[in-house]
Design a protein around this ligand. Structure first.
Ligand SMILES: [Zn+2]
Length: 237
């Protein structure tokens, strides 16, 4: 899944755990991607492209067993959750961050080509529904609808909706070989692709975080009551 829609997932988690600050939630939903960026720069993980890049189908996440395997994501989510809940005694924060890490795996499994292994060292099976390879435009629709759905559930501001719509539309050429776009410059330049994705991650996290503060969402009477209970029992983090 592209950066804007991973960032939009933070809205769902914030809606559920509204006492948790937005910053750690935003970082958690992109933790796997940030690890992927670092490991690509270090040469541990590898990305390749076809000689001509016309869409996301021509970009291959060839080797990323540490940042994007089912096992590493689950272990990281569990470890962070347990450390924060048991070690720092902040259970709500721990659950929100653990969920954020896990959300990235689930969303990538729904959209990626067959490039997510079960565990580092296992070459097969390689999971992923395969939308990016087989039906990139369907992936665009899925991502667009998902991003807007996150905004709707969060009851965000119009500015936040505009951000989600504009960022999804900006990626359109990546999802259709028929639409020319900047992706053609990425052919043979996998580290440029990594840098583009890093910039997208940072920009979308900062803007979603900023615009989410102007949300029209107000806790309902029920959730305000729940929040009051959490604070009085000391479980709010
Ligand atoms: Zn990812």
């Amino acid at each position: 899944m592209f950066a804007i829609d991973h960032a939009a997932t933070a809205l769902l988690i914030k809606r559920r755990y509204h006492a948790v600050p937005m910053a750690p939630i935003l970082i958690s939903v992109q933790a796997m991607e940030l690890a992927w960026v670092a490991l690509n720069y270090l040469g541990v993980e590898r990305t390749t492209t076809n000689s001509i890049v016309r869409s996301v189908a021509d970009i291959h996440l060839a080797y990323m067993p540490y940042s994007h395997s089912v096992g590493s994501a689950i272990v990281a989510a569990l470890a962070v959750w347990l450390i924060i809940e048991k070690g720092f005694r902040r259970p709500v924060l721990g659950r929100a961050i653990g969920l954020g890490i896990l959300s990235h795996l689930i969303l990538d499994l729904l959209t990626h080509g067959h490039d997510i292994v079960l565990w580092p060292g296992l070459a097969s099976p390689r999971l992923g529904l395969g939308l990016y390879e087989a039906a990139p435009f369907a992936a665009f629709i899925v991502e667009f609808v998902y991003g807007v759905l996150c905004w709707g559930i969060y009851r965000g501001s119009r500015g936040l909706l505009a951000l989600i719509v504009i960022c999804n539309l900006a990626n359109l050429s990546f999802f259709s070989a028929a639409i020319p776009g900047p992706e053609s410059y990425l052919a043979g330049r996998p580290l440029l692709l990594v840098t583009v994705i890093l910039v997208q991650i940072v920009v979308t996290l900062v803007f979603v975080g900023t615009l989410a503060r102007r949300a029209t969402f107000r806790p309902s009477a029920n959730s305000a009551l729940q929040l009051g209970r959490q604070i009085s029992t000391g479980s709010a983090s």
